[in-house]
Write a protein that binds this ligand. Structure first.
Ligand code: GLN
Length: 477
């Protein structure tokens, strides 16, 4: 579905006779995606959908760009219409009283939430295997992972259960699953979209991102949901003079990534194909050197676990979700303060999965006195170098390109025993989060087994329009 098609669909949907069956069709596809690939945690029920159709038809808004467009929403984004689980047992039964700003804006424009999608627990992961609701399967090969952590949203769009989906991208969680599932995935500039209502993972890197089948659908959705929000102090308007649009000028290919060993040959060939296509558009391809980028995954992980350990402290079993205070030892013995500690420990021990516990423990360790300087602080210094190297590079080139992932979708279970190998699946996506810059994964062919390959376009802050323009030109080739 192209932008025209979304605009067109949104116009056609104003006819009530069409809207109801159209959306019911998507609801059924979502139910099938839940059953076949475990892509959804919850699909909207028929009655709730009917109510939304009534509401939309009664409102008859003059200008609602997404009127009646089905939207799949990652289940770490708050929506008042259903529970938000973050795919964690800890949040079982938690129902937010409000809707995330970005989602509210999409709904105000007429979008219809079709379901909440599955993810890695608290968005910690690259394979969607850590969900308390079970793994999501890749629709191209069901023994393989769909990528993570927004795997459910990527699958929803890939199988046509929604033309549009929301995910979150802290270190690659929109782009990496987009690549593994063969769809477009955009991580906007840090601050471009409000984080209000997105359950916090690593606050200095978290961004809500968008999935679609075409670049121009992303543009439409971005137009609707971007912009400052009083509820998020880090949200920001674009600068007075926004970065220029795509002009088929100089494009940089990252020298340090090109020399890497271990890149799947099909991915390497796809990159060469992309460079060739850019040249055909009139671009000059040059090598850019970002010497510090090779440390991205180490810096990303230190930053991510430190911030996550602080953000997840709020899940104590008292304010949200499961609580294990009824444990006899907690209630009947010991001083009250001690019982409270044990209640926290028991609830968190029960509610969190292994990967979440691993990160909280490592993160807490890295922030402890004596270690803070050596780990978190050092990581932030290296992060500044990475950001500056990007700034310097963008003074010379319009865009930077690299693969989204070193390989195509790996097998379920292939990396679960080796967290380090799992973290390295994001080596090409982590840098954009560290630098706060926008990045898009676009589907770019397939490997010998027919698994989709994704290529990444990165731009300077607020250059989403430039990136989307380039993606559209490449799509037309
Ligand atoms: N895979 C990365 C991680 O596990 C990124 C996760 C994300 O972007 N939410 O931290």
């Amino acid at each position: 579905m192209s932008e025209k098609a979304i605009r067109q669909t949104s116009r056609d949907n104003r006819e009530k006779a069409r809207l109801a069956p159209y959306l019911e069709g998507y609801r059924e596809k979502a139910l099938a995606a839940k059953k076949d690939f475990n892509a959804f945690i919850e699909v909207i029920n028929a009655r709730a959908l009917e109510k939304r159709v009534e509401q939309l038809s009664a409102a008859k808004p003059a200008d609602s760009q997404l009127f009646g467009i089905p939207l799949a929403v990652k289940d770490n984004i708050c929506w008042s219409g259903a529970p938000t689980t973050c795919a964690s047992r800890l949040l079982e039964g938690y129902r937010p009283s409000y809707t995330a700003t970005v989602l509210q804006r999409l709904e105000d424009a007429g979008a219809v939430v079709i379901g909440k999608t599955n993810l890695d627990e608290f968005a910690f992961g690259s394979s969607n295997e850590t969900s308390a609701y079970g793994p999501v399967l890749n629709p191209h090969a069901t023994r393989r992972v769909p990528g993570g952590s927004s795997g459910g949203s990527a699958v929803a769009v890939a199988v046509g259960a929604a033309p549009l989906a929301l995910g979150s991208d802290t270190g690659g969680s929109v782009r990496q699953p987009a690549a593994f599932c063969g769809v477009y995935g955009l991580k906007p500039t840090y601050g471009r979209l409000s984080r209000h209502g997105l359950v916090a993972f690593a606050s200095s890197m978290d961004q809500i991102g968008l999935f679609a089948r075409h670049a121009d659908d992303l543009r439409l959705a971005l137009e609707v949901c971007a912009g400052p929000d009083a509820a998020d102090a880090t949200s920001a308007p674009p600068p007075a003079t926004p970065p220029a649009v795509f002009n088929a000028g100089k494009v940089g290919v990252i020298k340090e990534f090109r020399r890497l060993v271990g890149l799947q040959p099909a991915v390497e060939r796809a990159l060469e194909g992309l460079l060739e296509a850019l040249r055909k558009l009139g671009c000059e391809v040059v090598e850019v050197s970002l010497p510090t980028i090779v440390h991205s995954t180490a810096v990303y992980m230190l930053t991510a676990i430190a911030e996550a350990s602080a953000n997840l402290a709020r899940f104590d079993g008292i304010n949200y979700g499961v609580r294990r205070a009824e444990h006899p030892a907690d209630v009947v013995s010991g001083p009250a303060a001690d019982r409270l500690q044990r209640s926290y420990a028991a609830s968190r021990g029960l509610g969190f999965g292994d990967e979440v516990k691993r990160r909280i423990m490592l993160g807490t360790f890295s922030l402890a006195e004596g270690y803070y300087d050596a780990y978190y602080l050092r990581a932030q210094k290296v992060r500044t170098l990475i950001r500056r190297e990007f700034e310097r590079a963008f003074a010379d080139v319009e865009l930077i390109v690299c693969p989204t992932t070193p390989t195509t979708a790996f097998r379920l279970g292939e990396k679960t025993a080796d967290p380090l190998a799992m973290y390295l699946a994001d080596m090409f996506t982590n840098p954009a989060n560290l630098a706060g810059i926008p990045a898009l994964s676009l589907p770019w062919g397939a490997d010998d087994a027919g698994l989709p390959i994704g290529m990444q376009l990165l731009g300077p802050r607020f250059a989403e329009e430039r990136i989307l323009g380039a993606a559209e030109d490449l799509g037309r080739r």
